[in-house]
Design a protein around this ligand. Structure first.
Ligand code: OXD
Ligand code: MN
Length: 596
């Protein structure tokens, strides 16, 4: 093997893995355009990828995964800490020694006749104090090409690493794509990830959920920073200043849409803009001035294609027009482009659906694209990408926003009374299931801080970490914490709030609250806007005053049911032996007494 680094920890780990998986060939990914272009050509020659119409979609490719391998597999995702207690009651746990043994048995010889690609990558701008380095070994060109979009890949990463041992080891083996032997294992105490028997994005692009959330959340706890499942957006007000908001939502709540929001016309003409720093993950640290700063550790968007269109998210759609890899969407054979449900009302008649079969979208009842089909698009393609996207010092955060889908319960927006109350609000986050997910519709799923599948240690300890971070901050400088709900419905089941671009009206209130520019109404759950402070100019026909009053209302009876659900959820932790922070227990007691 021609070595690209003298780093002993890197060389010896890779040599061990080579001995285990026995590749025929070894290729270091240097990130050069020639090398990447050669890999694209190779993937097209074997059918792993399809080169799309280069006039309409320059640099774009299509890939289809195995039909049994189309989504993250939470049931087969494990946190392998020394003790089960360290993983907590909400993670699958496996003993690290047993896990290594099982995984090495599966991985042994699995690269025979194949190539090992060694990908050095940085999460975050190379060299930033926020950034962390990883090396992923994979036998999939698709993984290499996606990692090149989603992270910063290249030899400069190895230079930045020097001889440090602080890097995340990642081994990915496609094996036979056998569902029964599919495992996504994180070893937070060893900075190691092993993923076997999958070729699907979230399971195999190890920089994303596995590293930037599961491993990084654990690192953050020990190194006094935070890894959060949060978008970062900059809201530019007419004064030209940009304020930054980090927001966490469970899936199917429109996170990418919010991150790339286009202000409603009346706001746009006044000078309002939204700049996207990130759509999925934030790494957060205290800055020299005592404020919290965030970076987006990723370099691209791994977005859900279905439902993305000119109206729902023109900026995301524009991001996919070049240099993008599409996964499991429909292939339009007439012009060699792609299509997905919700792109437009004109499905192709002469196409191949996501499983690879001929498909006539005009006649078939089958879906052309898998509901979890994806685009992997470079962040720099996004028309509203923030000028601070590459800033190694991150952006100062004014507000944290939590949210979920609640038809009746949570008001459009409310502000927590304090940092600890805000942590409580995050800890009780929940969303009602939609028809998009399998299982019953309208079931409440608890998903604290949207981190349930992504926290690399006991969630109760993670809440304590949030409390500790707040305790170190000057309350004047700490981000204010809010909860939003774009999904309130009337008794007939109609949405009461238009959502999308009009959510800017709520973000505007949030920033005004952060800056002490507007009053609020104190309710049992926190501060809710005065109706006159949510501007309805331009949507008076869609949202009546009565409707606005309804979405801002707090129904004590519903909250009484809710606290029973929260009690049950917290009990899961205490039954397991975890310690729910006393601050959160106290907040729950306050809520109970407030809603009596
Ligand atoms: C994602 C997710 O893909 O959160 O970002 O599931
Ligand atoms: Mn996500």
């Amino acid at each position: 093997m021609e070595k690209m680094t003298e780093n002993k920890s890197v060389i010896s780990w890779i040599e061990d893995k080579i001995a285990l998986v026995k590749p025929e060939k070894i290729v270091w990914i240097d990130g050069s355009e020639e090398q990447i272009e050669a890999l694209r050509a190779e993937a097209c020659s074997t059918g792993e990828m399809v080169k799309l119409n280069q006039e309409k979609l320059p640099g774009c490719y299509l890939h289809r995964t195995a039909v049994n391998d189309v989504a993250r597999v939470e049931g087969r995702t494990f946190i392998c800490t020394k003790t089960k207690a360290q993983a907590g009651p909400t993670n699958n746990w496996m003993d690290p020694d047993e896990a290594y043994k099982m995984l090495y048995d599966i991985a042994a010889d699995s690269y025979k006749g194949r190539t090992m690609y060694i990908i050095p990558y940085s999460m975050g701008p190379v060299g930033s104090k926020f950034s962390k380095i990883g090396i992923e070994l994979t036998d999939s060109i698709y993984v290499v090409l996606n990692m090149v979009i989603m992270t910063r890949v290249g030899l400069n990463v190895l230079e930045a690493l020097g001889d440090s041992e602080d890097w995340v080891r990642g081994l990915h083996c496609r094996c036979e794509i056998d569902e029964e032997k599919r495992y996504i294992c994180q070893f937070p105490q060893d900075n190691t990830i092993i993923s076997v028997n999958s070729g699907y994005g979230g399971n195999v692009l190890l920089g994303k959920k596995c590293f930037a959330l599961r491993i990084a959340s654990y690192q953050g706890r020990h190194e006094d920073w935070q890894a959060e499942h949060m978008l970062i957006l900059g809201l530019q007000k007419p004064d030209g200043d940009v304020r930054y908001i980090c927001a966490a939502f469970p899936s199917a709540c429109g996170k990418t849409n919010l991150a790339m929001l286009i202000p409603p016309e009346g706001y746009y003409s006044k000078g309002y803009r939204v700049w996207c720093v990130g759509d999925d993950i934030s790494w957060i640290r205290k800055g020299a001035d005592g404020r919290l700063y965030a970076i987006n550790p990723e370099n691209g968007f791994f977005g859900v294609a279905p439902g993305t269109n000119e109206k729902s998210n023109p900026n995301a759609l524009a991001s996919t027009k070049s240099g993008t890899i599409f996964t499991n969407v429909a292939h339009n054979l007439d012009d060699n482009t792609v299509w997905w449900e919700g792109l437009d009302k004109n499905p192709p008649a002469n196409a191949i659906e996501w499983k690879g079969n001929p498909w006539n979208g005009k006649e078939s009842d089958e879906k052309g694209a898998h509901p979890n089909s994806r685009f992997t698009a470079p962040a720099k393609n996004c028309p509203c990408i923030s000028s601070e996207f590459e800033n190694p010092d991150g952006v100062p955060i004014s507000a944290f926003v939590f949210g979920g889908r609640r038809a009746k319960l949570a008001p459009l927006v409310y502000q927590s009374r304090s940092w600890n109350h805000g942590v409580f609000v995050g800890s009780i986050m929940a969303s009602e299931t939609t028809a998009a997910a399998s299982g019953a519709v309208g079931v409440v799923r608890r998903d604290p801080m949207a981190m349930l599948p992504f926290c690399g240690y006991d969630m109760a300890d993670y809440w304590q970490h949030w409390i500790n971070i707040g305790a170190e901050l000057d309350p004047e400088k700490a981000p204010k914490i809010f909860n939003v709900n774009w999904f309130r419905k009337d008794d007939e089941g109609n949405f009461l709030w238009p959502g999308f671009g009009d959510n800017l009206r709520v973000l505007d209130w949030i920033i005004d609250r952060c800056e002490g520019k507007v009053d609020a109404v104190e309710t049992p759950i926190g501060f809710v806007p005065k109706a006159e402070d949510i501007c309805l100019d331009g949507i008076e026909d869609e949202v009546s005053d009565a409707q606005l009053a309804e979405i801002l209302s707090v129904d004590k009876a519903l909250w009484q049911d809710e606290v029973a659900g929260i009690d049950e959820f917290y009990k899961k932790f205490t039954d397991f032996g975890s310690t729910v922070p006393a601050e959160l227990v106290a907040e729950l007691e306050t809520l109970k007494s407030n809603i009596q």
